[in-house]
Design a protein around this ligand. Structure first.
Ligand code: ATR
Length: 267
């Protein structure tokens, strides 16, 4: 019996227990998967208590991905470059930190939505932790370039510089976004949490794939993309299932069928 959980605050509406339970049924593995509401300043002691109870691993969601990064005793390359951890595996006395968010996004875009990323012009809105987590996997797909636009331009410029060794990147402020054709727009801001849409020129969405890392069919970004003629519009529910699948395989070695789970969540 594997012992797993997801740590977050808030955590009530997390779909992770449902997703991982379906993966376990598919693969014939026995698991328990709890939701753990962690007080904001108490991640380490909650995590350590769960480990002491015999945990095999856990997921980490908002706002603990940075403290989980510090809590891990070892980090995968993905986690090191993302600067954040969303999955921890316990192996004897090792606490291994991994980040499956970026691979989850790539798997959703390329496998579920059949979008080719090679040679594409990609625009990311936002330059926080979520953007840092997806940049390397995106650049590994060899797009034409990845442009990062942020309300605070200095953060976008710094991220672009940090990742320049992995591919063509640039950073600028939201109001510098041009009407030049963009193939894919990814909303990685936390604006949707406040019911807001970053303030950008509407023409940019025209004929572009528009992808929100948040899930929920009516996020302000999804509504904006719909009104402004985005060609294919998706929320992040596929990414949620795909990042969970990579975590499940990291823990157990078994590869789940994500399409089955995605259709059960009624994308
Ligand atoms: P996360 O880990 O989710 O990325 P974060 O590191 O706090 O969270 O980053 C949030 C991102 O959303 C930032 O890029 C932020 O812009 P600033 O760097 O200028 O703060 C962006 N963001 C949040 N609310 C926004 C809004 N209403 N309009 C535009 N950008 C917004």
């Amino acid at each position: 019996m594997y012992k797993f959980a997801v740590f977050g605050n808030p955590i009530k509406h997390s779909l992770s227990p449902n997703i991982h339970t379906q993966f376990a049924q598919q693969t014939g593995l026995e698991i328990s998967y709890d939701k753990i509401l962690v007080p904001i300043d108490d991640f380490s002691s909650s995590a350590q208590a769960f480990i002491n109870q015999g945990a095999n691993g856990f997921n980490i969601t908002v706002p603990f991905k940075l403290v989980a990064f510090k809590f891990a005793s070892e980090l995968t390359l993905n986690a090191q470059i993302a600067g954040a951890v969303n999955t921890i595996k316990i192996e004897e006395d090792k606490i291994i930190g991994e980040n499956t968010d970026g691979i989850g996004l790539i798997n959703d875009l390329t496998h579920n939505l059949s979008i080719e990323l090679k040679d594409k012009v990609i625009l990311i809105l936002g330059a926080g932790g979520a953007t840092r987590g997806i940049l390397l996997p995106l650049l590994e797909q060899q797009p034409n370039r990845v442009m990062i636009a942020n309300r605070t331009p200095s953060k976008a410029i710094k991220l672009a510089k940090d990742f320049a060794k992995f591919g063509k990147t640039c950073g600028f402020s939201l109001d510098k976004i041009k009407h030049d054709p963009v193939d894919i727009i990814i909303n990685a801001t936390s604006a949707s949490l406040d019911g807001k849409m970053p303030n950008i020129a509407s023409g940019v969405a025209n004929n572009a794939v528009c992808y929100d890392l948040m899930y929920g069919k009516q996020t302000p970004f999804i509504n904006w993309a719909t009104t402004n003629y985005g060609s294919m519009i998706s929320d992040g529910s596929g990414m949620l299932v795909e990042q969970a699948a990579v975590a499940f395989e990291f823990w157990t070695g078994a590869k789940p069928n994500t399409k089955q789970v995605l259709s059960s969540l009624r994308r």
